[in-house]
Design a protein around this ligand. Sequence first.
Ligand SMILES: NC(=O)c1ccc[n+]([C@@H]2O[C@H](COP(=O)([O-])OP(=O)(O)OC[C@H]3O[C@@H](n4cnc5c(N)ncnc54)[C@H](O)[C@@H]3O)[C@@H](O)[C@H]2O)c1
Length: 247
Amino acid sequence: MNRFMDKVAFITGAASGVGRATARQMVEEGAHVFGVDIDQEGLQSVSDELGEQFHPENVDIRNRESCHEAIEKCVERFGKLDVVANVAGVVRSHHVTDVDEETWRLIMGVNLDGMFWVTQAAIPHLEKSAGNIVNVASNAGFMGQAYTVPYCAAKGAVINMTRALAMEYIKSDIRINAIAPGGMKTAMTENWSAPDDIDFELMKSYTGFRGMAEPETAANAICWMASDEAARCTGSILSVDGGLTAA
Ligand SMILES: NC(=O)c1ccc[n+]([C@@H]2O[C@H](COP(=O)([O-])OP(=O)(O)OC[C@H]3O[C@@H](n4cnc5c(N)ncnc54)[C@H](O)[C@@H]3O)[C@@H](O)[C@H]2O)c1
């Protein structure tokens, strides 16, 4: 497939997991990808793998100015912008009473603020290209999950921010959608640690029946949503969670 031939994509969280898998697939299908992350080593390894079609940029998306600068740099480098995939995210697991301000700010900063700043900077360019944005939410944006309250709050906000953005641009050619994956085998889950004394009974409802997925399952959904095949989708939230939220 060549769904992204001559397209320019800006991907956050491109150094690892879903972001990396999305960059790989878009490059394979012809895109030039401007990949941002704070993990410089990871970015370098993606760059080594994908070659000249991939431009790595060290950006902390929590900072508004950095997001705006990165979008401008992407357009300078590749001449335009067609697709934004807001993939970067972080999760931490705590009892609510143990969440300190730094943790709350980290979760909101990466999962929500960064997505908003990138989106804000990208929209004028996407208006010119009739481009689109795909945000990565989570099953945690639909479900009340114990021990990850800030993450659930941020992902729930991502879902409704996506809908609100879609409505603000409903009379334009821009499309703004989200995908909501369930558990995947990435650094995020490999490094996940929970407090020692959690009640595992509370966790049952969000482990599901179909196990953990590969990050490519979410990347496939992002690529479909970002392609012309999804031309009718805007304000859509596509669950890619093995039926976790169907119950
Ligand atoms: N892995 C899962 O089980 C799962 C489930 C549902 C949703 N998600 C979502 O999928 C997305 C991708 O997660 P993943 O599983 O690939 O995790 P991952 O940890 O492999 O990748 C996340 C990337 O985001 C980057 N990042 C973190 N803080 C950043 C910052 N301030 N600025 C720029 N980049 C930053 C990290 O360095 C990392 O490369 C996230 O939004 C996550 O919430 C993941």
